[in-house]
Design a protein around this ligand. Structure first.
Ligand SMILES: [Zn+2]
Length: 549
């Protein structure tokens, strides 16, 4: 793999413990069974629906209560290191489930056909489930589920919210009728590849609809917005059912022709290559939370604040933190509302020369999380800094790109960090930590101490705003924020000052600027157009004023 490809290696950093559709999986599988009339044995139908939640389970395969996985299937699962039904969620898991479905069709075993059909339908439906949209996810697990902020009523976030009503059933039926069969390639390995890649297309189909669904949660949403949201939510469920139908039909046809697919290392390499190419070509506007910003950003030749962004890929995969998309979109929108010209800088464009010129983009806002980018992107950012570019870095990792500031940042003892690094866990520090702002930030935010009004350590969600770094005071580094604990004070945010008293870089932990953590605002007027809260907006303005040449 060349260095160019390396930058598109995506890493899952947090355990996948989130479930996507809830009871909506029942309606997806019911619909798929209708679409599969004549393809699956009649005796399989009821169990395809009954077993729709199978993949949301970490029980080892051989300990499942509802279905005894046959020894031959167990051997295949073991050979591919699939420990439990949860593993079916990944593209590899989908491929293995498909192979086992083809085997089941070959011997016409109705129970096995039902089991592997149910598993595949679930996994393919999850790829288009709207809680994997960066905006809907943040809203679900942080804003509403975690922080209990008020929004408009909305049309719901689960396919079942529309698929259960009489009116919704009619809508689903109409949409399903338009979903014509899309045959998979007749070559078994090509079919397997198509299945593994299908999640990328489903993800884009879904993220294009995130803002439409979120708009129904605006206070005073219009009838038109509510109707559009219902259609979008219904489309996501129908898409999952239809793609599952295509895959199950393909499985039956391959079985009839005795063409059994194999998941080989060559096929996995081909998948990685095709996936990288598809991710590279995905339009940023497919992420609906960026779509309106692409229209309001500054023209190429106008000086503007850059905001580094990345596209969604699938499930929780990201170069940056999962919450980065929401935070960067909110920061860009806050700038727009404040009349500050901004431009979105796509992380995929950094390798192109001229992507970042300090003359037109004097400051770049980066919300980095684990900062999983390849060497070419890092080199481009380092060259930008050398040429005079300045960073407002919301960390996460800083990649050593912040000069004196990077030298002064070191990892804190987990016992003193206000945000836990472990999925779904809280920390006692979250309740006792108080934050005070200093220097330029004190002018913007006052002398009072701030606390977590809403605890960012949510019980579920990939969006938790983590930062493990503390700042050691040093020459030419100014502390901008410190955390007060009952027995100590720890600097957490700071600026690296250049000779003229202007900052070359600012580092802010993600938990200080993530929306609605430090602010006592209790209502989100329009969920589809997120902005920073009033504390974050002031912090952003103060940071940009300190950084601007
Ligand atoms: Zn699931």
């Amino acid at each position: 793999m060349g260095t160019k490809a390396v930058s598109f290696v995506f890493v899952c950093l947090v355990p996948l413990r989130l479930f996507a559709w809830g009871s909506g999986h029942d309606q997806v599988n019911e619909l798929a069974v209708e679409m599969l009339h004549g393809t699956v044995p009649t005796e399989s139908a009821a169990n395809i629906v009954k077993w729709s939640h199978t993949p949301d389970d970490f029980t080892p395969w051989d300990k499942l209560k509802h279905f005894q996985v046959p020894p031959d299937d167990l051997a295949v699962l073991k050979a591919h290191r699939m420990d439990s039904p949860y593993s079916v969620h990944s593209p590899r898991g989908q491929a293995v489930a498909f192979i086992l479905l083809v085997n089941a069709f070959q011997v016409n075993d109705a129970q096995r056909i039902a089991f592997w059909s149910a598993c595949l339908l679930h996994a393919l439906a999850d790829e288009a489930a709207c809680n994997h949209d960066p905006l809907i996810h943040y809203a679900t697990y942080a804003f509403t589920g975690g922080y209990r902020l008020k929004t408009g009523a909305g049309v719901g976030l689960d396919f079942s919210n529309v698929a259960r009503t009489a009116e919704g059933k009619e809508l689903v039926r109409r949409l399903a009728a338009a979903e014509t069969w899309r045959p998979l390639p007749s070559d078994p390995d090509e079919a397997l590849l198509a299945i593994m890649l299908s999640g990328l297309e489903s993800n884009a189909y879904m993220t294009r609809r995130g803002s439409i669904i979120a708009a129904s949660f605006a206070i005073g949403a219009t009838q038109e917005q509510l109707a559009a949201s219902k259609i979008a939510l219904a489309e996501l469920g129908v898409h999952g059912a239809a793609r599952g139908r295509d895959v199950i039909r393909a499985g039956k046809e391959l079985a009839e022709h005795g063409r059994i697919p194999k998941l080989t290392s060559q096929l996995e390499a081909a998948f990685a290559k095709r996936k990288a190419a598809e991710v590279a070509a995905r339009p940023l506007s497919d992420d609906s939370l960026y779509a309106d910003l692409l229209k309001t950003q500054a023209p190429d030749d106008q000086s503007a604040i850059g905001v580094l962004v990345e596209p969604s890929v699938t499930m929780n995969q990201a170069h940056f933190s999962f919450g980065s998309k929401l935070i960067t979109a909110a920061a860009a929108r806050s700038m727009h509302l404040a009349g500050v010209p901004f431009r979105l800088v796509d992380v995929r464009s950094l390798e192109k020369e001229s992507a970042l010129n300090p003359k037109v983009t004097p400051v770049l806002v980066v919300c980095a999380g684990p900062f999983h980018v390849g060497k070419p992107a890092r080199d481009a950012l380092a060259a930008y800094a050398t040429a005079g570019g300045r960073f407002l870095w919301i960390g996460g990792e800083h990649g050593g790109l912040l000069g004196k500031l990077s030298e002064s940042l070191s990892k804190g003892d987990p016992a003193v960090l206000p945000v836990s690094n472990h999925y779904g866990q809280d920390t006692p520090v979250a309740a006792t930590a108080r934050f005070r702002f200093l220097a330029e930030f004190k002018e913007a935010l006052g002398e009072q101490s701030y606390r977590f009004v809403h605890n960012p350590n949510t019980k579920a969600g990939w969006q938790v705003p983590r930062c493990s770094y503390l700042l050691r005071p040093a020459a030419s580094v100014t502390v901008l924020a410190e955390m007060h604990l009952p027995d100590k004070t720890l600097p957490v945010a700071g600026a690296w000052l250049g000779p003229a008293g202007k900052a070359k870089a600012i580092f802010i932990p993600e938990y200080l600027i993530a929306p609605y953590v430090l602010s006592d605002e209790d209502t989100i007027p329009d969920l589809s157009r997120p902005t920073l809260d009033k504390v974050g907006s002031r912090m952003l303005s103060a940071a940009l004023a300190t950084l601007r040449p």
